[in-house]
Design a protein around this ligand. Sequence first.
Ligand SMILES: C[S@@+](CC[C@H](N)C(=O)[O-])C[C@H]1O[C@@H](n2cnc3c(N)ncnc32)[C@H](O)[C@@H]1O
Length: 285
Amino acid sequence: MIGTDTTWIDPANEDQLKAWETREGVFWAERAALFEHSLHRYDDWLLRAAGIRDGDRVLDIGCGTGSTTRAAAWLAGSGTALGVDLSSPMLSVATRSARDTGARNARFLQADAQVYRFEPETYDVLVSRTGCMFFADQYAAFANLAAALKPGGRVALLVWQHPSQNPWFTELTTALAGRELPAPPPEAPSPFALADPSRVADILTSAGFDTPECESFKEPTYWGPDVATAEHFVIGILGWLLNDLDEVGRAQALNRLCATLAAHLGPEGVTFPSAAWLVTAHKPT
Ligand SMILES: C[S@@+](CC[C@H](N)C(=O)[O-])C[C@H]1O[C@@H](n2cnc3c(N)ncnc32)[C@H](O)[C@@H]1O
């Protein structure tokens, strides 16, 4: 079931709402299987770190099309998993997939996790697969999420390390832009907003969690079985880099992109190295 509580969207998150509700969210929802599979090599690490037990109530933040929510619901058994996201197209897919796979204890809610008034001290585990980097105010968001967790509750977040450790980002943006782009500012909402472990520690301890552990994991990300599929996938995600190019510039950028993708084509399809932090923390009892 999809709740419709968007009353609590923080105005500073409205750009994210627009993007995930339209362009990015629709593209993602139409290719849910590919997006879900793209990070599958991290799934076991994340779920193991979350330590979900039978009966747990789990919150999956920025759940997207719900692959982590479904896995969490299965592990929670007699418990429940609530996937929270801004994007109604993605949540529609999440709801359908949960129904089709028999994940009856998975629920979904459209809300801004930074400000939504969760029932206080209700959840045992907070989990997120790359869904917590887009808050305008990370400090407010994690304080809000901490209030929703029971004392003793656990957090397990998968977040990207710095772009310099993530060739999927640097090589693909360099191919499209024709030059190396500067890393996004660390405080702006972006895939890299939680890349600095000392900032993560400051945000989580300010929210009342104990000092988090950030463990480094390096896994290949999957972009499709062949160059043509991967090209389409990349353009859907990073195509804004082509916006200001004329026809010749665009053709050159696409040639560079295809050459880069071809260089990463192997027996498992097109893959790029990546590096993520697995952040774990507890709310003190
Ligand atoms: C990179 S996607 C990750 C999706 C999913 N966890 C996965 O791994 O496939 C980030 C998700 O965070 C969601 N998101 C961004 N800001 C949010 C907010 N303030 N509250 C809830 N969800 C948010 C987006 O709508 C998007 O679905």
